[in-house]
Design a protein around this ligand. Structure first.
Ligand SMILES: Cc1cc2nc3c(=O)[nH]c(=O)nc-3n(C[C@H](O)[C@H](O)[C@H](O)COP(=O)(O)OP(=O)(O)OC[C@H]3O[C@@H](n4cnc5c(N)ncnc54)[C@H](O)[C@@H]3O)c2cc1C
Length: 410
């Protein structure tokens, strides 16, 4: 039986581990936290996932919270104007619903399931020396430790990483008692030029259904305002202050909101980074990176968990197809390259939204407010960002798409 070690029990690591167990591999997961510590700990993400990523979980039979978790039916985009008037607005239904299950619930649940199904669960804050040790006892070592320090074993790929500093000041506020959005549930995305972005959607957390507020402040701007905030109550007050001042229509939904729990808030920032996928270990073996370790995106497009889920699916297929052959450097590089065929579009589309938008992006967003089929195309691209190529990035192609879908709208 082939032995595989995975450092990091998150979206990518646990999904892959459960897939490998299902196929009778011997799997070790190394996690820096126990399931209970994760469940009782701080929120880590807003983890909204679109249909194709959710389908990967269904295919493995690990979609344990699908019935309980609220459904999100669409996506709405607003640029707020003066006096509660929307300067720009469109909304569209997704072809299939999306969902967000708090990673505290999901990772703790999957970790328990992994142990129950016979996986070897090791609780340890793994260092590069540990990765080296696992490479001597296992046929393959994968590092899926997210944004953990151990990812520095993998060299930053400067060519694929246009930014060397954080592009947004991030904050999350998990709340209950928010007024539901009408006429349908949606990721409600608001862009305030020069200030930042705010999006909000339904989710399932440790205490039941909730809404997750995500703040993306332009560094140094008024939404980059979390330094003095210490308590969950202060965090909620600051969240409401942002909405009242910059997105008053969203503030109206929040008159009665309360934080879900004392760990239901998060503040942070990081630079979007792509890393080279193979690390040479001190003992001479190799380790392969997966998920955020090799491609960390800013959360502005809500892609990290989606991309991690897709990475795990691609890696699982590659491992199964490889049979008993050695997991050597060329196999590792090819596995990453297969992933990168997909992920490159996630990275370039996400990065395009972290700087003032190119003229064709402004045109597309404006045209979407007039032509529902274009709004639908943009909304559904979140499920599969390669669909944005090439028109998102090229003014001539953007114009063709606008013309084509404008025709479809009349
Ligand atoms: C504010 C914010 C909002 C986000 N919103 C969304 C969203 O709406 N949609 C979306 O798709 N993505 C979102 N993301 C991104 C998403 O959460 C991540 O991209 C995704 O979880 C990455 O999966 P992963 O498996 O690579 O890493 P993770 O899910 O981060 O898992 C890594 C695991 O490894 C563990 N670990 C770390 N270091 C070690 C070590 N040395 N030894 C052992 N274990 C270790 C960690 O504790 C963690 O459990 C958001 C991120 C942030 C910060």
């Amino acid at each position: 039986m082939r032995k595989i070690a995975i450092v990091g029990g998150g979206q990518a690591g646990l999904q892959l581990a459960l897939g490998l167990l299902k196929n009778n591999y011997e799997v070790t997961i190394v996690s820096d936290r126990t399931a209970q510590q994760i469940f009782n700990g701080r929120v880590t993400s807003s983890q909204f996932m679109f249909h194709d990523s959710l389908q990967n979980e269904r295919d493995l039979g690990i979609n344990f919270w699908e019935r309980e978790c609220p459904l999100t039916e669409g996506l709405a985009f607003t640029i707020p104007g003066q006096d509660k008037i929307k300067a720009l607005f469109w909304e569209a239904k997704l072809d299939h619903h999306g969902q967000s299950v708090d990673q505290r619930v999901k990772f703790a649940g999957w970790m328990n399931e992994f142990a129950k199904r016979g996986g070897d669960l090791v609780i340890k804050d793994a260092a590069p020396a540990d990765v080296d040790e696992y490479s001597k006892t296992h046929d393959l070592v994968i590092v899926a430790a997210g944004r953990g320090d151990v990812n520095r074993m993998f060299e930053r790929d400067a060519e694929k990483s246009p930014y060397d500093k954080p592009m947004r000041a991030l904050a999350l506020t998990y709340v209950k008692k928010m007024e539901p959005r009408a006429p349908f549930t949606a990721v409600s995305f608001n862009l305030v030029p020069g200030v930042g972005e705010y999006f909000v959607f339904p989710a399932l957390t440790t205490t039941g259904a909730c809404e997750i507020m995500v703040f993306e402040g332009v560094p140094g701007g008024p939404m980059d305002c979390w330094n003095e905030v210490k308590t969950p109550q202060e965090h909620l007050t600051k969240s409401k202050w942002i909405l009242e001042n910059f997105i008053p229509l969203e503030a109206e939904r929040c008159k009665n909101v309360e934080v879900t729990d004392d760990n239901g808030t998060l503040v942070g920032r990081f630079a979007p980074t792509v890393r080279k996928p193979v690390s040479k270990l001190s003992g001479g073996c190799l380790a392969l990176g997966m998920g955020d370790v090799v491609a960390t995106n800013d959360p502005i497009t809500g892609q990290g968990s989606n991309t991690a889920a897709k990475a795990a699916t691609i890696y699982l297929k590659r491992i199964l197809e490889h049979g008993d052959k050695p997991f050597d450097g060329p196999w590792m590089q090819e596995t990453f390259d297969t992933f990168w065929d997909y992920a490159q579009w996630v990275v370039s589309w996400t990065n395009s939204l972290l700087i003032p938008p190119a003229p064709q992006i402004l045109k597309l967003m404006g045209a979407a407010s007039q032509f529902p089929p274009l709004a639908s195309r943009i909304a559904n691209g979140f499920n599969n960002p390669p669909d944005y190529a090439p028109w998102w990035f090229d003014s001539g192609k953007a114009q063709e798409v606008i013309k084509g879908l404008a025709g479809a709208a009349v």
